[in-house]
Write a protein that binds this ligand. Structure first.
Ligand SMILES: Cc1cc2nc3c(=O)[nH]c(=O)nc-3n(C[C@H](O)[C@H](O)[C@H](O)COP(=O)(O)OP(=O)(O)OC[C@H]3O[C@@H](n4cnc5c(N)ncnc54)[C@H](O)[C@@H]3O)c2cc1C
Length: 461
C-alpha cells in the first residue's frame, strides 16, 4: 500500500480554506495524522519532521529499492531536488512511503480491528452482512439499518446513530436506497423521497493514470532490479521473508517516484504545487529465471479536472435488486470530458517528462529504451508523435482507484460528517472528500476517519 499523509494535507488545506475551516480545524488534521501514524522510515531531507506521527497503529516506512540511487542520479541530472514524499510539497524525486511493516501490510483491519475484535464488550462485528437500507422515521431521524446476512434480511436498531462507511459507490447508493438523494433518480426507481439531496452520487473525482509499459535495458541493470529466484532458491527466499520481511516479497514494487508541476498548474497559479506524480515500477512484470527485466512508468494526475457521477440504476432497483451494488450503480467517470479535456494536455506533458527520464545520460548507461509496440488503435498516427500519444491516452487512460466526492463535504455532509437534513446519520469515508487529495488517498482517508471518530466521541460524551 502506497502511503501519503501531509502532502495531501496541503491540498486539503486549500479545500478547508474554501469551506472556511478555521486554522484550529486545520491543526486538528495534523493531530489526526499523529493519531494513526507510526513513521519508522528514513527521511532524505529531514524537512518538516514534525509532521510525522510516531505513536499510531499504522506503521509507515520508506521504500528503498536497489533502483533508488539511480533515480536520485536522474533527479540531479535533470535539475530536480531529492525530497521526501510526505514533506511540504515541492517538485522533487522521492522514494515511496509504504504502509508496510517488516514486509507485511499495515492495514486498518490488521492494526485497528484485529487487536480488539474479541475483547470489546461494546463491539459486535457481523461479517457477511450487507446493509440495504437506513431506517429513517417521519421526523427525518435515522434509527437503524436493514441488512442481509446469508440472504436473510435483518434489522439493527441504533440507540444513538447510524454511520455509513461503505465507500465511494456504496455510501451514496445506501443513501439513495434509503430515500435520500436526487429526487428524479429516487422517483424513477420508485423510492419514497425522505429528503432531497441533489448532490448524492455527483462530483465523482478520481486520479487518472496513464501507463508507459515495456521500458527495457541492457544487462547492466540486473543488480538494481530484483527478480523471482529459481525454484531451488525459492524456499530460502520464503524463509528470509518470514524471518525478516526482506527480499523481493517485501518490496513495494511501485516507486521510486517524482512530483512535478505541470504548465496547467502554473497557469492556474499553483506554481509550487506538483500535480504530476511519476511512479517508476521497476519490476513490470517481475522477471523470473533469466528473463531480462522490464519496467513501467505510471503517470498519475493529482488534480484532474474531469468530473463524473454515480447514478442509481432504476431498472435494476425496480426489478427487486437490493444487495448487489455492482448492478445498482451506474458509474461514469467522464474522464477527459468537458473541463477535463485539458487533463489530456497534462498527461502529454507527463509523457514528455517520462521520456526525459528514459533518455537521461544516467538511464542511458543501462541502455534504457521504450520498447512497446505501437497501439493497434493508433496506427494512423506517426509513432511517438503528439497525435499518436493523444490517441493512446484516449484509448488507455484508466482509474487510479482513488475515487472521492460522491457524498461531498459541504453539499451532502457537514463538517462533522452529518448528512444534511437527516439527524443521527453520518457518512465517514472517501466519498466525503469534495476534492481528490493530491496523491494516493488511503492516508487521508484514515486521517478523516480519526477526525470523524473524535467528533462522534466528543458529541456523545
Ligand atoms: C486496487 C486498489 C489499489 C489501491 N491502492 C492504494 C494505494 O496503494 N495507496 C493508497 O493510498 N490508496 C490505494 N487505494 C485507494 C484506497 O484503498 C481507498 O481510497 C480507500 O480504501 C477508501 O476507503 P473507504 O473507507 O472510503 O472505502 P473502502 O476501503 O472501499 O471500504 C468500504 C467497505 O464497505 C464495505 N461495504 C460496501 N457496501 C457495503 C454494504 N452495503 N454493507 C456493508 N458493507 C459494505 C466494503 O466491502 C468495504 O469493506 C487503492 C484502491 C484500490 C481499489
Amino acid at each position: 500500500m502506497i502511503w501519503y499523509t501531509t502532502e495531501e494535507v496541503q491540498r486539503i488545506m486549500i479545500i478547508t480554506r474554501s469551506l472556511q475551516m478555521t486554522p484550529a480545524g486545520y491543526m486538528r488534521m495534523f493531530w489526526s495524522i499523529s493519531k494513526y501514524e507510526n513513521f519508522i522510515g528514513e527521511l532524505f531531507t529531514g524537512d518538516h519532521e514534525e509532521n510525522y506521527g510516531h505513536e499510531g497503529p499504522i506503521t509507515i516506512d520508506t521504500d528503498t529499492p536497489p533502483f533508488l540511487p539511480i533515480w536520485f542520479d536522474v533527479a540531479n541530472e535533470l535539475g530536480y531536488k531529492v525530497g521526501d514524499p510526505n514533506g511540504f510539497q515541492t517538485e522533487s524525486f522521492t522514494p515511496m512511503a509504504k504502509a508496510i511493516n517488516k514486509g507485511q501490510r499495515s492495514s486498518s483491519y490488521n492494526q485497528y480491528i484485529k487487536p480488539i475484535k474479541n475483547s470489546r464488550q461494546n463491539l459486535t462485528i457481523n461479517a457477511y452482512s450487507i446493509a440495504t437500507q437506513v431506517l429513517i422515521d417521519e421526523n427525518k431521524k435515522a434509527y437503524g439499518i436493514v441488512y442481509e446476512r446469508h440472504g436473510i434480511p435483518q434489522i439493527a436498531h441504533a440507540s444513538k446513530e447510524v454511520i455509513i462507511s461503505s465507500g465511494i459507490f456504496s455510501s451514496p447508493l445506501l443513501l439513495m436506497k434509503s430515500g435520500v438523494g436526487p429526487r428524479d433518480q429516487l422517483e424513477e426507481a420508485g423510492i419514497a423521497v425522505k429528503h432531497e439531496l441533489p448532490e448524492v452520487g455527483q462530483n465523482l473525482i478520481d486520479h487518472l493514470i496513464f501507463d508507459l509499459n515495456k521500458i527495457q535495458y541492457n544487462a547492466s541493470i540486473i543488480p538494481y532490479i530484483p527478480r523471482m529466484p529459481d525454484e531451488q532458491d525459492f524456499e530460502e527466499m520464503l524463509q528470509k521473508y518470514h524471518e525478516t520481511g526482506e527480499g523481493i516479497l517485501g518490496y513495494l514494487n511501485q516507486g521510486p517516484q517524482a512530483f512535478i508541476v505541470s504548465s496547467r498548474a502554473k497557469q492556474d497559479g499553483q506554481e509550487g504545487w506538483p500535480d504530476i506524480q511519476i511512479i517508476y515500477v521497476p519490476m513490470c512484470p517481475i522477471p523470473e529465471g533469466n528473463e531480462a527485466p522490464t519496467s513501467c512508468i505510471y503517470l498519475l494526475l493529482g488534480r484532474p479536472k474531469s468530473r463524473g457521477n454515480m447514478r442509481l440504476n432504476a431498472t435494476a432497483y425496480r426489478s427487486g435488486i437490493r444487495n448487489d451494488d455492482v448492478k445498482l450503480a451506474l458509474i461514469d467517470f467522464k474522464y477527459l470530458e468537458g473541463e477535463g479535456s485539458s487533463d489530456a494536455d497534462v498527461v502529454l506533458e507527463a509523457i514528455d517528462l517520462a521520456f526525459d527520464i528514459i533518455n537521461s545520460t544516467v538511464m542511458q548507461k543501462y541502455g534504457t529504451f521504450y520498447g512497446d509496440e505501437p497501439h493497434s488503435a493508433c496506427l494512423s498516427f506517426e509513432f511517438l508523435s503528439k497525435d499518436y500519444w493523444r490517441c493512446v491516452i484516449t484509448q488507455t487512460i484508466h482509474s487510479g482507484y482513488h475515487g472521492v466526492g460522491t457524498c461531498s463535504l459541504g453539499s451532502v455532509v457537514d463538517s462533522k460528517f452529518r448528512v444534511q437534513g437527516i439527524s443521527n446519520l453520518r457518512v465517514a469515508d472517501a466519498s466525503v472528500f469534495p476534492a481528490v487529495p493530491n496523491a494516493n488517498i488511503n492516508g487521508p482517508v484514515m486521517m478523516l476517519a480519526e477526525k470523524a471518530a473524535s467528533d462522534i466521541l466528543q458529541f456523545w460524551n
